[in-house]
Ligand binder design. Sequence first.
Ligand SMILES: NC(=O)c1ccc[n+]([C@@H]2O[C@H](COP(=O)([O-])OP(=O)(O)OC[C@H]3O[C@@H](n4cnc5c(N)ncnc54)[C@H](O)[C@@H]3O)[C@@H](O)[C@H]2O)c1
Length: 276
Amino acid sequence: MSEKFDLKQAFNVEGLSTLVTGAASGLGLAYAEVMADMGAKVTLTDINPDTLQQQVDRLAARGCTVRGAVLDVTNREQMAQVFKEANDAYGSIDVVFANAGIDVGPGFLTVEDERNPAGEIENVSDEAWDRSINANLTSVFNTIKAAVKYMKPKGSGRIIVTSSNAAIICEPIVGTPYMPAKAGVAHLVRQMALELAKYGIQINAIAPGAFMTNIAGGRLKNAEDRKAFEVRNPLGRIATPDEIKGLALYLASPASSYVNGAQIVIDGGTMLGQVD
Ligand SMILES: NC(=O)c1ccc[n+]([C@@H]2O[C@H](COP(=O)([O-])OP(=O)(O)OC[C@H]3O[C@@H](n4cnc5c(N)ncnc54)[C@H](O)[C@@H]3O)[C@@H](O)[C@H]2O)c1
């Protein structure tokens, strides 16, 4: 054990310029909040200007260094502009959370485990497929590309991507176009980890299970839908967004200096199998 290892320093993210996509709600807001509360300078971005402004104001009111920028992650021009402004405002881009994503439901089973024709493949619209790939996968490609432009010249950076346990297992009560988009995200992270390590950039994925957010129109706030996820979970519950903050801080900080190309599952054990 090295006498020089300082645990507090290992988790120190003070002053790091951090940009989060989809930061006005749910997991993105949790990432932005933990970074801002720990002293990072955070650019919150989101497609929804109203909720974005509310969250920026809330964090600023408690003394955090934050700014907001409207960003649709499928819009490459806007992405380039928002990254440029964040770099101008805070002097660098050190940490990026590529987080924004959408559900395009329904699944081929209902929460009562019955067949749901609306979610069966012949009824999945081409529009839903394209929208999922664009908002969940191409968006992450766009975000990584924008981030690398600022991280490569300075020889350092952290990129944290929100995948899903849907990148690893299939979930019949979630819409089919979501699954391959998230699996693609996970593999993109692995390829990028190989390529970018040489430039001091580390990239990892967080694969959450069910968290109580506004995804899918807030379906997890509906008791029946929530129960369908709770019964699949050994802890018997779904998670709150606060429960992702420790992992987010770890992956953004020097504490995870040897973690690269990983996909870290945070799902209360859902993928291990079912218990009665
Ligand atoms: N909540 C879960 O159970 C869960 C599980 C696994 C993975 N995820 C992933 O977590 C990420 C965050 O989802 P969440 O659950 O916090 O949902 P959420 O709906 O609460 O938050 C998503 C945010 O992204 C924004 N957004 C949507 N489309 C956008 C776009 N094109 N450009 C920019 N912003 C956009 C929304 O306005 C919203 O503020 C997503 O990638 C999602 O797939 C969530």
